[in-house]
Design a protein around this ligand. Structure first.
Ligand code: ADP
Ligand code: MG
Length: 397
């Protein structure tokens, strides 16, 4: 077990500079924060620190600037948004690794929060450069890791910094993720049902493999199912198929056997871009050569929902269809509703993945499931391996 904020005694926090790695990788539109979910998710940790008279100094990356300052990816609008969400004085300094940042951290008054500039403006961040990590470490008296979605990457601000700054503990957001995902890994309620969808198998092979051993049933939909159909030698028409992954899909099918369930029917259409293009429901082995499968069909929706509603634990990653187009959202929303019903009946339900989380939000069921993971790649990697580089780096309890 790793230490988290709650394990630190009051004197470890009072008056101390808490260097917090947050995940403020938020979408911006016209220089303003378009979706503040990730900022809101950091508030419990920040409030915890402020209530104990710690002085929070925040580091985050935003987007993919190329190791140099790029105004398009500045955290200034994020600091402004945070200021509107928390009852504290929020300061911003447009650098994260120099004298001004260091002086800013030392001069920070109690009750105030300091937001520093994008860590990826510094060349050594993503290469985990030791000097850069040491520079970050000088900004705090303790380190709080709360950027769960970034902890599968060993960067200077997630891993390197912990070599020079102790205590290094999990923030409240990371602690919650570890509890939810850890319980799915260690002792899931039974039956443990897992649903996979989305576009690519190649990103998720390790996890599919891991769940063949650990889950009781694997439900596969979305474009991912098309690649399995191709592996079975079925016609997939103009559906999205990941050709490079067909061999892997065949191996997974062999190993999984009966526990892996593919859709038995599908929604297909000839031209998905044409709003008037006729949509048909066909058996999975009858995709017309000139059409593409874009959602699971009504029979599959019922089968999958029934399996989920009987679950003791449920994990889901990847939409069942191209749900951004409402004509192909029924499968995905149907799964979200089944997950909500399972939760109400006492199952432990977890949704992981950026697009899947967006789908659950669009279905207005975000609060109706047990846990929505904030980390896409990080949650998948944690479920497969049981730890992440950015977790390993923290103090043991
Ligand atoms: P997540 O972000 O939850 O891990 P992915 O990124 O793997 O999910 O996949 C999400 C994308 O997959 C969505 O943009 C969705 O439109 C697309 N998708 C799912 N099923 C299909 C399909 N049958 N045809 C085309 N695109 C699909
Ligand atoms: Mg995605």
């Amino acid at each position: 077990m790793k230490k988290s904020l709650g394990d630190l005694p009051a004197e470890a926090l009072a008056g101390k500079r808490a260097l917090v790695r947050v995940d403020y990788n938020v979408p911006l539109e016209d220089g303003r924060v378009a979706d503040a979910t990730r900022i809101e998710a950091s508030l419990p940790t920040l409030r915890w620190l402020l209530e104990r008279d710690a002085r929070p100094v925040l580091l985050s990356h935003l987007g993919r600037p190329r190791g140099q300052p790029d105004p398009e990816f500045s955290l200034a609008p994020v600091a402004a948004a945070l200021d509107g969400l928390i009852d504290a004085d929020v300061r911003f300094i447009p650098e994260c690794d120099g004298e001004r940042a260091l002086a800013g951290s030392r001069e920070l008054a109690e009750g105030a929060i300091l937001v520093l500039e994008n860590t990826r403006f510094v060349p050594g961040e993503t290469s985990n450069n030791a000097a850069v990590a040491r520079g970050f470490a000088a900004l705090g008296d303790l380190f709080v890791s709360d950027a769960f979605g970034s902890l599968h990457r060993a960067h200077a601000s997630t891993v390197g910094v912990t070599a020079y700054l102790r205590p290094a503990v999990a923030g409240l957001l990371v602690e919650r993720e570890l509890e939810a995902l850890g319980s799915l890994r260690e002792s899931p309620g039974r039956p443990f049902i897992v649903a996979f969808g989305g576009a690519k198998i190649s990103d998720k092979i390790e996890l599919l493999d891991a769940f063949i051993e650990r889950a009781d049933r694997l439900l596969v939909g979305g474009a991912m199912a098309n690649t399995f159909f191709a592996a079975q030698g079925l016609e997939t028409g103009r559906s999205l198929v990941e050709t490079e992954a067909i061999d892997d899909a065949r191996e997974i099918l062999d190993r999984a056997g009966e526990m892996l369930r593919l859709p038995r029917d599908l929604l297909v259409t000839a031209d998905s871009r044409d709003p008037d293009s006729e949509i048909r429901e066909v058996p999975a082995d009858s995709i017309p050569a000139d059409m593409a499968a874009l959602d699971i069909g009504s029979g599959t929706r019922e089968d999958f929902a029934a399996a989920i509603e009987g679950a003791g634990a449920f994990f889901w990653n990847g939409p069942m269809g191209r749900f951004e187009d409402r004509r192909f959202a029924a499968g995905t929303f149907g799964l979200a509703e089944a997950a909500a019903r399972a939760t109400a009946a006492g199952a432990f339900t977890v949704i992981g993945g950026g697009d899947s989380a967006a789908a659950v939000r669009a279905a207005d069921l975000y609060d109706a499931v047990s846990h929505v993971s904030t980390g896409g790649g990080a949650s998948l990697e944690f479920l497969a391996h049981g730890t992440l580089p950015g977790i390993e780096a923290l103090d043991d309890r």
